[in-house]
Design a protein around this ligand. Structure first.
Ligand SMILES: C[S@@+](CC[C@H](N)C(=O)[O-])C[C@H]1O[C@@H](n2cnc3c(N)ncnc32)[C@H](O)[C@@H]1O
Length: 454
């Protein structure tokens, strides 16, 4: 789907707060319109925070808004194709109208909400907007047709790589992984992600208490979708939420008790917690003070400690290098599309190129912060080669002082398929059965373990 022009209503008109579920639909539709329109770089989470402001959403409504907006992006290609076939003049140019139709059809096709609520509340939102009110009958007619033709629409949903992935990303993944693997990645994106947690000690006992499954990778996988804060062990800090793949880079680094470790892009702190829990002295650096506040709160709950430094990692002094350095670099995040499907539709090739430049500078800085004989782990949650293997090949070519320590499968619970031909970590959403409809999958992470020669 091509980027939309800027036909947006800057301040959405007021709605009747007494109608149950209307504010949640408004928050979802406004956030989706924002991301389909000019603010393409924004994350859905931030767009929802903006659109929810002033609507006084109850927690249940905020959760519904998030579910609707997420479902809209998860199947955006399929949804827009279904709409296009049912609109005489094709997809609307007005992003507000398109967002109403997309969020309405996502509710009908993918969420367990009543059809009449999905249709009627979308129509009400159209009527409440002076710029769309004359189009309310169109919204009504199209969404009713989606309800009637639901089975046919679902049956036609095939080939998620060609039909539910932006072209530029599909081409990249085919070039990088081959057609078959790219198909599996796109299929895994339709499934969403399980809830994985990293446990401090006694994973066996916590697996039982939480009703979770122990993965060979070390994490626990929980099947339910309960509110995390209500689960046993949360308040006492026995575990934290972290995708099983996101927990692997620290397993590569293998921090030892008493070691000095720098975590250069640390917030919100899942990896800092792992390093601290291993008994190392961790310096957690991030340039975002707001995100470091979250890290601080997370560590407090887990009763772990770290030296927290609010700084651009590129500006850190180099006079006291570290035994080990973790660089979980800012990246395009295309490995997290199962969780954040908006990423596929809001990021661009230019983002990848720009971020690869920043990663290169951060990696050179991380190298200067590593003692001779020390370890450096570079990782990203990206599927793109520029943010993974190419970055490391270039780094090794310009830094003769460093060598790669190729991984063996024991580091990753015996899953040899998670290690690429160079010996680096390469997880895919389709690994561990992702895309097979059985709740498998992993975030797409790249990681390389490097050593500074003595
Ligand atoms: C991928 S996230 C880190 C996730 C974190 N390691 C975890 O496991 O919870 C990347 C982080 O890098 C931070 N960041 C981006 N550029 C930075 C820079 N130049 N210096 C320090 N932090 C930076 C961002 O604020 C963001 O929190």
């Amino acid at each position: 789907m091509a980027p939309r022009p800027t036909h947006r209503n800057p301040t959405p008109p007021p709605i009747d707060p007494s109608i149950p579920g209307l504010a949640a639909r408004r928050a979802a539709a406004t956030a989706v319109a924002t991301l389909l329109g000019p603010a393409r770089g924004l994350a859905l989470e931030d767009a929802l925070a903006q659109s929810g402001r002033g609507l006084n959403l109850e927690p249940g409504d905020a959760a519904l808004a998030r579910a609707i907006a997420t479902a809209s992006f998860r199947r955006l290609g399929f949804l827009t194709a279904a709409l296009e076939e049912r609109l005489r003049d094709g997809l609307p140019q007005k992003t507000d109208l398109l967002a109403l139709l997309v969020t309405g059809s996502a509710q009908i096709l993918d969420l367990a909400v009543a059809d009449h609520a999905a249709v009627d509340l979308s129509v009400r939102l159209a009527k409440a907007d002076p710029q769309l009110t004359h189009l309310a009958p169109l919204v009504n007619a199209v969404l009713r047709r989606i309800v009637r033709e639901r089975d046919d629409i679902r049956a036609a949903e095939s080939d998620p790589l060609a039909r539910n992935t932006p072209d530029w990303l599909a081409k990249r993944w085919i070039a990088t992984y081959g057609e078959e693997a790219a198909q599996k990645i796109a299929a895994a994106h339709l499934e969403g992600a399980a809830l994985d947690v990293t446990v401090r000690d006694d994973a066996e006992a916590w697996a039982e208490k939480l009703g979770g499954r122990r993965l060979a990778l070390g994490s626990l996988r929980l099947e339910g979708r309960e509110a995390v804060a209500g689960l046993p062990g949360y308040d006492e800090g026995a575990w934290w939420v972290q995708d099983a793949a996101a927990a692997l880079p620290v397993r590569l680094l293998a921090p030892q008790p008493g070691e000095r470790v720098a975590d250069l892009c640390a917030a919100p702190g899942g990896k800092t917690a792992q390093v601290a829990a291993a008994g190392a002295h961790v310096t957690a650096v991030d340039r975002s003070a707001a995100r470091l506040e979250r890290l601080q709160r997370n560590l407090e709950r887990l009763k772990l400690s770290a030296e927290i430094v609010t700084a651009d990692a590129l500006d850190l002094p180099e006079d006291k290098p570290f035994d080990a350095v973790l660089l979980d670099a800012p990246c395009s995040a295309t490995g997290t599309i199962r969780r954040h499907p908006d990423v596929a539709w809001t990021k661009s090739e230019a983002d990848i190129i720009r971020l690869a430049g920043l990663q290169r500078r951060l990696l050179d800085k991380a190298a200067r912060l590593t003692i001779p004989g020390g370890r450096l782990v570079y990782c990203t949650c990206s599927l793109e080669p520029e943010e993974g293997p190419t970055q490391i090949a270039d780094f090794l070519a310009r830094n003769g002082e460093f060598e790669r320590l190729p991984l063996d499968s024991e580091r990753v619970g015996g899953h040899a398929e998670l290690i690429d031909p160079n010996g680096d970590l390469r997880t895919l959403p389709s690994h561990l059965g992702g895309g097979s409809g059985r709740g498998g999958g992993l975030d797409g992470f790249f990681g390389s373990l490097l050593r500074r020669r003595v």
